[in-house]
Design a protein around this ligand. Structure first.
Ligand code: 13P
Length: 241
């Protein structure tokens, strides 16, 4: 059975004070959300402890936005898997396009991060997706298949989530047509050996388009950026019908 996972990616937004305020508003708005869906918040490192403490007894799962492949060492600015699990993190985003674009993340480092996450019991959310240029050149599928082939070497498909995030649809307001997102996610699924891997769509997901996106047969959830920052918007997404 593929699990439905609705995840928010706060990126570099929200201080601890703002996170606490968000949770007070958000938690009460998702009380009636159907049990079939997992709700995840991937927050900045400094918010993890605060958010973790506020999640007791409620259904939100904690996520981080990156993890290093070594247990410890001289890696200034990085964080290890055990540092994340210690504060209650269950999910971690790996290979987000912003990491690939601005911080030199490659399929090779993505692969190492995925393996380290799984070795510590974290569930990685592997992000893949093409640029506008690659799409226009007709090589979107080739790019994505490459990201999967290289990223998933030696990675278990038992505890894994994949997010298809077309880069041109991130933060642009330009959502990928849901039928097209479904088609690409079908291509991704065909590359996998485990039929139960949850595959999300990400890119300008909003309360107004969530129902249509989730109605697609291959789409098992969403990874939400901008609209996960406002409690009412994210609750509107979590509560989709
Ligand atoms: P937006 O929802 O702001 O387009 O961001 C998507 C994203 O990058 C989630 O990881």
């Amino acid at each position: 059975m593929r699990k439905v996972i609705i995840a928010g990616n706060w990126k570099m937004y929200k201080t601890q004070g703002e996170a606490t305020e968000f949770l007070m508003e958000f938690s009460s708005q998702i009380d009636d959300a159907p049990e079939d869906r997992e709700v995840v918040l991937c927050v900045p490192f400094t918010d993890l402890t605060t958010v973790s403490k506020s999640l007791h007894g409620n259904r939100i799962r904690l996520g981080a936005q990156n993890v290093h492949w070594e247990e410890c060492g001289a890696y200034t600015g990085e964080i290890s898997a055990s540092m994340l699990t210690e504060v209650g993190v269950r999910y971690v985003i790996v290979g987000h396009s912003e990491r690939r674009q601005y911080f030199g993340e490659t399929d090779e480092t993505v692969n190492m991060r995925l393996k380290a996450a799984q070795a510590s019991g974290l569930i990685p959310i592997l992000c893949v997706g093409e640029t506008k240029q690659q799409r226009d050149a007709g090589i979107a599928e080739k790019v994505i298949i490459n990201q999967l082939n290289n990223g998933l070497i030696g990675v278990s498909q038992a505890k894994l989530v994949i997010a298809y995030e077309p880069i041109w649809a991130i933060g642009t307001g330009e959502t990928c047509e849901s039928a097209e997102a479904n088609r690409v996610i079908g291509v991704i699924r065909a590359q996998l050996t485990n039929p139960d891997v949850t595959i999300q769509y990400g890119g300008s997901v909003k309360p107004s388009n969530i129902a249509e996106i989730m109605a697609q047969p291959h789409i098992d959830g969403v990874l939400v950026g901008g609209a996960s920052l406002a409690a009412t918007d994210f609750a509107g997404i979590v509560n989709y019908k």
